[in-house]
Design a binder for this molecule. Structure first.
Ligand code: MRU
Length: 346
């Protein structure tokens, strides 16, 4: 059983809060098969690297359930491939699917289908529960980086909604509050999809944080004219050298932070590290629909003839990142050795 705002799992059905409709409507999409979960990830009903990973794990279980009568390696490879083909940048998706598939491969012999299904369901629940534990641990390490009265800038949504619960970057803010610290957050709206305005602002207000919404292009001026202690962001994929893919606009924020002497922190679980990728240039960057740029919430804001470029993520160079906060502690630039060490003991 899993029951958080982001997702609910009862052993047969995955319910996902429809993040496209928040904060105006809190509505859940019910998935009883793996196609539905794949669609939910692709269509951004669920989004955020760790939340995508956990959802895919439950999607894998549903895929095994719908193939109960003819469970085979080939069938489950197809389920895995279908779920993996949904979004290309967040590595947690592949990490969770690999973990589910190796569990399947190690349990497939000498077991009845029902036993295999129970083992897979337990493994997916373990992935989900571990995500929450890991975020809480990250929060405790990360809050130590913030002064008692801190003003931070956030980008996109790396909160409870982007994870199973608690969040990564927003988990640090949550933990700072629990440690009696006072936080004021400037929230980047995060064009074009508005995860900051719609989701992060909603979450921070619920947490009781003093929250100010800004358009993305205001961040430089805010850094210049206000006392900002840190930018805190999440990550979708971290290369072996610490280069970090995150929501488009993160790279510009890191450059601005460097210019203004503002600390730039990335918070991410170890499952977000892709040690197979030596540096950020090899991280696949998702490009999304042109209408996300030419329309805002269905209202056209640009001429039909205009060309559009809509990369959903960018890569921030490791040397622009002051620290990477993980569940195993805080790492400082240069990251290659610490990342290699963590990955080895993963
Ligand atoms: O396109 P999205 O909304 O899935 O992008 C999400 C982000 O970029 C988050 O910052 C990232 O996944 C970290 S979430 C803890």
């Amino acid at each position: 059983m899993i029951s958080t705002v982001t997702m609910k799992w009862d052993g047969k059905t995955l319910e996902l809060v429809d993040q496209r409709k928040l904060p105006n409507v809190e509505e859940y999409t019910k998935c009883s098969d793996s196609d539905c979960v794949a669609r939910a990830i692709k269509d951004m009903i669920v989004r955020g690297a760790p939340a995508i990973g956990a959802s895919a794990a439950f999607g894998y279980v549903l895929g095994a359930m719908e193939n109960k009568e003819h469970l085979s390696v080939e069938v489950m490879e197809n389920v895995k491939a279908k779920l993996a083909a949904t979004r290309p940048t967040a590595v947690n998706l592949y990490w969770a699917l690999e973990r589910m598939h190796s569990k399947f491969l190690s349990e497939v012999t000498n077991k009845k289908p029902n036993e295999i299904l129970n083992i897979l369901s337990d493994e997916a629940e373990r992935i989900a529960n571990e995500d929450v534990e890991v975020n809480k641990r990250m929060g405790v390490y990360g809050q130590e980086l913030l002064p008692n009265d801190a003003t931070v800038i956030t980008h996109c949504n790396a909160g409870a909604l982007a994870t199973v619960d608690y969040g990564t970057a927003i988990g640090i803010i949550h933990s700072a509050l629990d440690h009696g610290k006072k936080i004021h957050a400037y929230v980047d709206e995060t064009r074009p999809y508005l995860q900051g305005a719609r989701l992060t602002a909603w979450e921070l207000i619920k947490l009781g944080v003093d929250t100010t919404l800004i358009c993305d292009n205001m961040a430089g001026w805010v850094m210049k004219t206000k006392k900002i202690d840190a930018v805190i962001v999440g990550a979708d994929r971290i290369a072996a050298n610490g280069d970090t893919a995150n929501k488009i606009g993160t790279y510009s924020l890191a450059l601005l932070a460097k210019k203004h002497g503002v600390k730039f922190y990335v918070a991410a679980p170890i499952s977000t590290i892709d040690a197979n990728i030596s540096d950020g240039s090899k991280i696949p960057i998702e490009e999304r629909s042109h209408t996300e740029v030419t329309e805002i919430q269905g209202v056209k804001i640009a001429p039909d003839e205009v060309k559009v470029y809509n990369p959903a993520f960018d890569v921030t160079d490791a040397d622009l990142i002051d620290a990477i906060v993980t569940e195993r502690g805080v790492f400082r630039y240069p990251y290659t050795e610490s990342i290699a060490r963590i990955v080895e003991s993963r």
